[in-house]
Design a protein around this ligand. Structure first.
Ligand code: UT7
Length: 331
């Protein structure tokens, strides 16, 4: 009988080499290490230089994830790239497929901003549960520095670049225990990276526009309020579906947006700080990459081990938010 349980068997990550600390940022905009540190917990972030691509970071992370498993790129059936910052708007997943020489794999991008990894994990799991695919590479990667307004101190201090990847494999036991995904487009204007027409042309009586995407805009306070209220709720819902109590969680793995959000969510759920995975101090908010990047560090540092129960939650633009409860299962 076909294995239709989901196991997450490997993780990998990649970050650009160049780092920019708060002190350096304070030379660019009117801010300080004290303000950024106390309001967000971020001390530095890694930034992709113009020669680095999303494809190269994602490929590096993918190879590292494959290295933790018993499969090679040739065994991958599906590649999902969760990103809001593809190298090519037509999609970057196929380029990664080519770089990896994953000939059998079908590859596509998906966008759910900072919830992208959690949405991607749930999407990928469905292909295993219905028996269609056995080995899936899921990548969360973003280069938000391409779209940050470096003159806007309310946003430019928050973001960094990176990539994280996991391998999902079909197994006899289903270790993806429960999930809940949510969207609320009525609050879409809280966080945007929107296309704006700059030129209008009339072609044979038909009006078309040519423009580009505009730098990130955010209503920080609204997004903060939303996250602190909705993330605990969605985690509780996912735990309910998994039939697991909060006490049974070994690790709380949130989108790394702000240490104050991590602390507030943990406190609302009565989860002690020792169980909260946090690495945003070194990377800032890396959007779709933040959860797999933090997971991979925790795995490689020996914090997270086989059998640990992880409650992961992503939240952000859309607005979108979601939680997934899974058991880590390195081979
Ligand atoms: O991945 C998507 C999810 N995004 C998020 O989760 C972001 C959620 N929001 C937040 O994390 C927080 O709202 C921020 C970190 C963005 C801002 O923190 P805050 O405590 O909400 O600050 P604020 O926006 O209320 O600003 C307080 C003050 C303002 O000055 P006034 O009006 O009180 O004089 C800001 O102009 O801090 C000022 N300010 C800054 N000062 C120094 C805003 N940004 C900065 C800055 N440096 N970088």
């Amino acid at each position: 009988m076909t294995n239709i349980g989901v196991s997450i068997t490997g993780s990998g990550s990649a970050i650009p080499k160049v780092s920019l600390d708060n002190q350096q940022l304070s030379q660019i905009v009117d801010t300080s290490d004290e303000w950024i540190g106390s309001r967000t917990g971020i001390r530095k972030r890694q930034l992709a230089n113009p020669t680095e691509s999303l494809c190269s970071l994602a490929t590096q992370a993918s190879l590292a994830a494959l290295g933790q498993t018993n499969i090679t790129a040739k065994d991958i059936d599906l590649i999902i790239l969760a990103t809001s910052t593809p190298d090519d708007l037509f999609g970057t997943a196929s380029q990664i497929q080519s770089e990896l020489d994953a000939k059998q794999a079908v590859a596509f991008d998906m966008t759910a901003a900072c919830s992208g990894f959690v949405f991607g994990l749930v999407t990928a799991a469905q292909f295993i549960r219905n028996g269609v695919y056995q080995n899936i590479l899921l990548i969360g990667a973003d280069i938000l520095s391409r779209w940050v307004d470096w003159e806007d101190r309310t946003t430019c201090v928050l973001f960094g670049d990176g990539a994280g990847a996991v391998i999902l494999q079909a197994s006899g036991r289903d270790r993806l225990l429960g999930f809940e995904l949510r969207s609320d487009g009525s609050q879409n204007n809280c966080l945007n990276l929107s296309y704006q027409p700059q030129e209008k042309k009339i072609i044979d009586g038909v009006a078309v526009s040519k423009g580009t995407y505009q730098p990130i805009t955010m209503n920080g306070k609204e997004v903060y309020r939303f996250a602190v209220q909705k993330v605990p709720e969605v985690i509780e819902k996912a735990l309910f579906r998994a039939n697991i109590s909060v006490e049974e969680i070994d690790w709380l793995l949130l989108h790394q947006a702000n240490q104050r959000i991590l602390d507030a969510v943990a406190s609302r759920l009565n989860i002690p700080s020792e169980k909260v995975i946090s690495n945003l101090r070194n990377y800032g908010n890396t959007s779709a990459a933040s959860i797999p990047l933090a997971l991979d560090e925790a795995v490689r540092q020996g914090q997270v081990s086989s059998g640990d129960i992880i409650a992961a939650s992503g939240f952000g633009a859309g607005l979108t938010w979601g939680a997934v409860i899974f058991e880590w299962s390195s081979i």
